[in-house]
Design a protein around this ligand. Structure first.
Ligand SMILES: Nc1ncnc2c1ncn2[C@@H]1O[C@H](COP(=O)(O)OP(=O)(O)OP(=O)(O)O)[C@@H](O)[C@H]1O
Length: 465
């Protein structure tokens, strides 16, 4: 679902200026409304949302500065960019003190105006959500995210085990941090263990620690992750990857909060809260005999499912602006502009790598934009509209605005094939398919396997960008 940016209003008694600003903004894809007087605009401002107003100072009747005061006293928080032919320093100071975004003089510089517009447009939504416990790092305003945050508010203060389920890159780790942050353990450590990256022989030592001489290479005592998390939270990421033979040891530690370091028979205790996460269907893993049923039930106390990004496209504007700001800051490069056309492109893509992929795509776009409009280099542009017509049997007018599971899988499969073909089936590396999709090579390989993709298979139709 595409979330439109509200219109930008231009108030100027000079028709030439109105047209020039209108042309510039429409070329960037913004919707524009024009007004020749402050009074007409004041009436409009009360009726419907707008992104910002480009406002002349010297206007017949009510001046721009008077209008600014009038809007403020009516409680209307309209971002204002002043554009004046007779600017003076005291006047601009007065306007900026009263909260204007920018004070520009005519003839105006297009980049300055677009920069100010960008600032105004990004401020239309607040980037952080307020929750009961203050500000959260979880960005999003969709119903899905709000429900997830309210479930987190419920479970965080308890010591209950939480199992976070979701596709790769959906933000499972972000949610785990949020639960810890909102818990009574917030001042204590949050220890993350990536269960997929531990060599098989080291699992036990990694979880429970070892004593000097316990095995070749154990030169000194080592504290395991359980002990390190004492008093805090232990986040078991990618729990579905734990080998079967270690699962029983883990189960005991979870049940009794007791364990022994490798090579030591003294029993230790740790007071830890467990959060686990996986992108696997653990129920299916149990059925296939790869995951212990008792461990599954021990973990699945409070399941928290996070939807893939394609099911919460309303979050894209907020996330995109957040990542654009972040990229500019982290990479010390100029801020790029997010145009409505760019936003629409982001909202029409399938995002198999979810938020991680979005973040990578935006980072590349910010580097390439060099302070201009961001252009997104997506592996495939899905130009077909999402709504899918129903078959002929159903009466006309019953159009679906969603995809069924088989249709979604087909899209994902087609997209993977396009990316694999584009990269010559190169999986790893900066120009590999995993990087393009914004997912880990191991995740890509497991998807290729799961979907039974083969190199000889005809690729999906590539839609020209
Ligand atoms: N709601 C969100 N708000 C802000 N940033 C987010 C959000 N969700 C995810 N991210 C960012 O997206 C990236 C991927 O998130 P994260 O690592 O939490 O995903 P994950 O589901 O744990 O992935 P994996 O299954 O591959 O481990 C990170 O850079 C994270 O900061």
């Amino acid at each position: 679902m595409s979330v439109p940016i509200p219109p930008i209003c231009v108030v100027d008694d000079d028709a030439g200026i109105r047209e020039a600003v209108e042309g510039l903004l429409r070329a960037e894809g913004f919707e524009v409304e024009l007004f020749a007087s402050a009074q007409r605009f004041a009436a409009r401002a009360r009726q419907a949302p707008l992104s910002c107003v480009v406002l002349d100072v010297e206007l017949p009747g009510l001046s721009g500065l008077d209008l600014q005061r009038e809007l403020a006293s009516a409680g209307l928080d309209v971002p204002i960019i002043f554009l004046t032919g007779h600017g003076s320093i005291p006047m601009s100071v007065q306007a900026m003190k009263a909260g204007a975004i920018e004070f520009l003089t005519k003839p105006f510089d297009a980049d300055d105006l677009l920069g100010a517009i960008q600032q105004a447009v990004s401020g239309t939504h607040s980037v952080e959500l307020e929750t009961k416990n203050g500000t959260t790092d979880v960005i999003g305003e969709s119903r899905v995210i709000r429900q997830t945050l309210s479930r987190i508010q419920m479970v965080a203060p308890t010591d209950s085990t939480v199992l976070i389920l979701g596709e790769t890159g959906t933000g499972k780790e972000v949610l785990a941090k949020e639960i810890h942050r909102c818990s009574r353990r917030a001042e204590k450590p949050l220890i993350r263990v990536n269960c997929a990256s531990i060599p098989k022989d080291l699992y036990e030592s990694e979880f429970f620690g070892h004593v000097k001489g316990a095995f070749t290479g154990a030169f000194k005592d080592r504290v395991g992750r359980f002990e390190a998390a004492d008093g805090g939270t232990l986040f078991l990421d990618e729990i579905g990857e734990i080998p079967l033979d270690l699962q029983s040891k883990l189960l005991r530690a979870l049940q009794e909060r007791q364990f022994e370091r490798v090579g030591d028979d003294r029993t230790k205790r740790a007071d830890v809260r467990i959060i686990a996460a996986t992108n696997r269907d653990l129920g299916a893993e149990v059925a296939a005999g790869r995951f212990r049923e008792d461990l599954y039930y021990r973990l699945n106390v409070f399941p928290l499912e996070i939807a893939p990004l394609r099911d919460r496209m309303e979050d894209i504007p907020l996330l995109a602006r957040h990542f654009m700001e972040l990229a500019a800051k982290e990479m010390n490069c100029p801020r790029a502009r997010l145009t409505p056309a760019g936003l629409a492109m982001l909202q029409n893509y399938h995002w198999p790598g979810n938020i991680r992929e979005l973040r990578n795509v935006i980072e590349r776009a910010v580097i390439m934009a060099q302070g201009g409009a961001a252009e997104f280099d997506l592996p495939i542009t899905i130009t077909e509209p999402l709504p899918v017509k129903s078959s002929g049997e159903e009466p006309s007018g019953t159009e679906r605005d969603f995809l069924t599971e088989p249709e979604m899988l087909k899209r994902e499969r087609d997209n993977l094939l396009v990316v694999l073909e584009k990269t010559g089936w190169k999986i790893k590396g900066a120009d590999g398919a995993a990087e393009l999709l914004g997912i880990k090579p191991t995740t890509l390989l497991s998807r290729i396997k799961k979907m039974g993709l083969r190199r000889s298979e005809p690729a999906a139709r590539r839609v020209p960008a």
